[in-house]
Design a protein around this ligand. Structure first.
Ligand code: FAD
Ligand code: NDP
Length: 311
């Protein structure tokens, strides 16, 4: 039996592993095998350069950063297994984690399975992904290829409004494509986007194709009411159409919100079950950054250690 099993291998899971390992808890991590459609190492493995993770003034590749975190977890005493957790049983102690038919038991569990940014599967998406197309404007918006260029954001929620507003710091113009004739976003966020001179909102509109040469240069759009088609000049296309938290394997055993995110007690990694902790994007639909995920991974490991020693 393990003191702690960590499920998931992004910045949250690895930071939890580093702390739990150093606390001699001998953590076992299941890093996943393309779980949620993402490689072990998490969402950062789907991007190129990370410029906002402290300690890397020249930036660092997403893969390299995650490789380094993995190595650090192992150096600190974690065992990392490249398997996806299929199910967990939190109804009795010790908890049971089932992986490919084998059961593993643990006194505490840290869930760090992240979330997957939804994609549209547009024609051209595979070609221009990371070459102008991204699912994270806050992460990629400041890259030189987007400076003083026209950009497109798809979505009408708080993320889309926030990201479009953020992008106006760098872009010459931002087009927002909203599929209905109103925002889903809160009034204040929507109004901020509408009041911004650099943002043009295309209501009832959808992208139909991403085009370019080596990099994205144009986006074809269509008005869903009138059928009118247009070509927008665009060096960037950002999806902001929501995320799906990787919680299917929990099968209702923990309290989740209406979108499937794990509910944690405010400012803590504590879930609805004592001894089960959650960190990173699987419990955070607002900040969604590597550093915030890492910070909450640290909290989860410290909370697990406290839980185990205070029983
Ligand atoms: P994730 O990174 O989502 O990792 C979770 C891992 O758990 C995945 O590998 C998944 O496969 C695995 N997993 C899922 N289910 C299971 C299971 N059942 N069993 C085992 N394993 C499982 N943030 C920044 O700070 N800077 C950036 O520049 C930046 N760029 C980004 C670019 C893109 C394109 C995207 C999509 C995101 C970017 N982000 C960036 C956001 C950042 O990647 C996330 O906030 C962060 O990775 C969240 O970390 P996490 O540990 O919560 O989970
Ligand atoms: P949401 O699910 O709230 O919004 C997604 C948006 O994308 C909607 O406008 C939706 O349209 C649109 N969309 C979904 N699928 C498609 C598609 N296939 N094609 C075109 N458009 C599509 O996600 P968010 O990420 O914006 O927000 C998630 C949560 O995080 C919310 O609770 C939000 O309030 C919160 N948040 C808060 C922030 C803040 O307060 N600063 C910042 C960011 C997020 P439709 O409306 O028609 O369904």
């Amino acid at each position: 039996m393990r003191k702690v099993i960590i499920i998931g291998s992004g910045p949250a899971g690895h930071t939890a592993a580093i702390y739990a390992g150093r606390a001699t808890m001998a953590p076992l991590m299941f890093e996943g095998m393309m779980a949620g459609g993402v490689a072990a190492g998490g969402q950062l493995t789907t991007t190129t350069e990370i410029e906002n993770f402290p300690g890397f003034p020249e930036g660092i590749g997403g893969w390299e950063l995650m490789d380094r975190m993995r190595q650090q977890s192992i150096n600190c005493g974690a065992e990392v297994i490249t398997e996806t957790v299929d199910a967990i049983d939190l109804s009795k102690r010790p908890f049971t984690v089932t992986v490919d038919g084998t059961e593993h038991q643990a006194e505490s569990i840290i869930i760090a399975t992240g979330a997957t940014a939804k994609r549209l599967g547009l024609p051209g998406e595979e070609t221009f992904w990371n070459k102008g197309m991204s699912a994270c404007a806050v992460c990629d918006g400041a890259l030189p290829i987007f400076r003083d260029k026209p950009l497109v954001v798809i979505g009408g929620g708080d993320s889309a409004c926030e990201e479009a507003t953020f992008l106006t710091k760098f872009a010459s113009k931002v087009h927002m494509l909203v599929r209905r004739d109103e925002f889903r976003a809160s009034k204040v966020m929507g109004q901020r986007a509408m009041d911004n001179d650099k943002i043009e909102i295309h209501w009832n509109s959808a992208a139909t194709e991403a085009k370019g040469d080596e990099f994205l240069s144009h986006v074809e759009i269509e008005n869903l009411k009138t059928g009118e088609k247009k070509t927008l000049e665009a060096n960037g296309l950002f999806y902001a159409i929501g995320h799906k938290p990787n919680t299917d394997f929990l099968t209702g055993q923990l309290e989740l919100d209406e979108s499937g995110y794990i509910i944690t007690k405010d400012g803590t990694p504590e879930t609805s079950i004592p001894g089960v902790f959650a960190c990173g994007d699987v419990q955070d639909k607002k900040w969604r950054q590597a550093i915030t995920a890492a910070g909450s991974g640290c909290m989860a490991a410290l909370a697990a250690e406290h839980f185990l020693t205070s029983r």
